[in-house]
Design a binder for this molecule. Structure first.
Ligand SMILES: CC(C)(COP(=O)(O)OP(=O)(O)OC[C@H]1O[C@@H](n2cnc3c(N)ncnc32)[C@H](O)[C@@H]1OP(=O)(O)O)[C@@H](O)C(=O)NCCC(=O)NCCS
Length: 443
């Protein structure tokens, strides 16, 4: 690799290294990962995440390994829909498959040879009886026997393991207070542990390619969908039907985790080329991400009823010279360009997105948050929504003009520009007395 490329790559990853440091990530991967030639490299990438300060919880699946055990004992797999029925003989296969795969994973995480990327890593992996399960029971007249569902997770113990700098490794198995063992779905375990830990991210490594799902059509290059939007899309029968049963179950787990308070859920395909690292440490990522952001959810398009509220919010800022004054009439005319956040009938935040289609640009303007509601990410949520709308309109660059707030914009990806960067109509209207700074954000 050319040294300049290396240095540039390392530098571009730095903001993500800082952002992910000390964060809790739950990474779930199917048993299929272990069958791929790049499995070792995938485990090394996980070790690298740990070395970069991420608190890691790993949840592995074991489906193909169970299939192999069943085949070796000449037992037929039994399913009811997408869910396996686990009788006593199948449970023996589950135990053998999990035991073997777990040891394989632990062995790879213990590698320390200087000739591998694990040189000097000295990782400590922990496991335990953290998952309490209960039987799925009889559904549609079918007894699922030893197939179970998660009842409780010992979050405190997992938290302690993470606090000691160890990696927690969970298998898709749980124990009941009656002393039985239940076969669980790895996706459900991952969802329950991520929700319980209030993990910063839940990452599902999939066998299919989420980038090619119909669901991903609306996400733009960044591959990001607000949770509410993902839920709406997934409620559509057409989209559900286009997915495999396994992917559907994982998506349901992903949505449940989002609803349960996990702010970012990533779905990453089986691309062997370091997909996990690319998704987490590069700007564009390479998978699909659902984000649950309460602020984001609270943003909606303004209507004529919001005019009074917006005026009340921006008037003091206009008087202070922070915002350019707008008359009520002008606001009424432009109201469809505004987004607002309303709480208890009061407009607490607003912004406008003014398109300049000839220049493939749009202005992010009139952003204001009520002083009592600042510093909780509301302006950022407004910007995120504006960026998404702008992308959908085919806008390539966003711009803002500001006198008082350049650093907020710069901290949110804008770079200083010049008058010449603005669309020609805007250049003609530029107020030379106000001397606003021009800030540009490529989308
Ligand atoms: C700028 C503004 C919209 C931010 O709203 P917000 O919901 O508090 O924003 P967020 O929560 O997304 O971001 C908060 C961060 O921005 C920072 N910030 C706020 N105003 C800033 C400014 N003028 N310069 C630099 N940073 C600023 C805050 O300090 C905070 O960061 P910190 O917690 O690390 O210190 C809000 O302060 C506001 O309404 N200001 C007056 C109107 C204004 O200046 N609008 C822009 C004119 S074009």
């Amino acid at each position: 690799m050319n040294p300049d490329d290396f240095v540039a790559a390392l530098r571009s990853a730095a903001p993500y290294v800082h952002a992910h440091n000390d964060r809790v990530f739950v990474v779930a991967f199917g048993g299929e990962s272990a069958l791929r030639p790049d499995f070792e490299r995938f485990i090394y990438d996980l070790a690298l995440l740990h070395s970069l300060g991420v608190k890691l919880v790993l949840v592995h699946g074991v489906r193909p390994q169970i299939e192999a055990q069943l085949a070796a004992r000449q037992l037929a797999p039994q399913f009811a829909g997408d869910l396996r029925i686990t009788d006593a003989a199948t449970m023996e296969c589950v135990k053998a498959a999990i035991g073997t795969l777990r040891m394989d994973i632990e062995a790879r995480l213990s590698t320390g040879l200087a000739s591998t990327p694990m040189g000097g890593a000295r990782l400590k992996v922990a496991g335990g009886n953290w998952v309490t399960a209960r039987p799925v029971g009889v559904r549609h007249g079918v007894d699922h026997l030893l197939t179970g569902e998660v009842r409780r997770i010992d979050i405190q113990s997992i938290g302690e393991v993470l606090a000691q700098g160890r990696i927690a490794l969970l298998s898709p198995i749980g124990y009941s207070p009656t002393g039985e063992i239940f076969n669980l779905r790895a996706g459900d375990v991952a969802q329950a542990v991520a929700t319980g830990l209030k993990a910063d991210k839940l990452v599902f490594m999939l066998n299919s390619d989420p980038d090619r799902w119909q669901l991903a059509d609306d996400t733009g290059d960044a591959g990001q969908l607000p949770l509410g939007e993902a839920e709406r899309l997934l409620a559509s029968e057409g989209i559900r039907a286009s997915l495999s049963g396994e992917d559907r179950a994982l998506l349901d787990a992903a949505l449940a985790a989002g609803r349960g308070g996990v702010e970012r859920v990533h779905l990453i395909g089986s691309d062997p080329n370091g997909a996990l690292l690319r998704e987490l440490y590069t700007r564009d990522g390479c998978g699909l991400m659902f984000y649950a952001d309460q602020n984001y959810e609270a943003v909606h398009e303004a209507s004529i009823e919001d005019v009074g509220g917006i005026l009340a919010l921006i008037k003091p800022l206009e008087d202070a010279g922070v915002l350019v004054p707008r008359s009520r009439e002008q606001l009424e005319l432009e109201i469809s360009l505004f987004d607002v956040m309303v709480r208890d009938g009061t407009v607490i935040a607003c912004s406008a997105l003014i398109p300049f289609p000839e220049s493939a640009m749009a202005e992010f303007s009139c952003v204001a948050v009520h002083p009592d509601y600042r510093r909780e990410g509301r302006a950022e949520a407004l910007l995120k929504r504006a960026e998404e709308s702008a992308r959908q309109m085919g806008v390539r660059r966003l711009f803002a003009l500001t006198t008082h707030t350049p650093h907020w914009f710069i901290e949110h990806g804008f770079v200083p520009g010049t008058l010449d960067d603005l669309p020609p109509q805007k250049q003609r209207l530029y107020n030379f007395q106000r001397k606003s700074m021009v800030l540009i954000k490529p989308l």
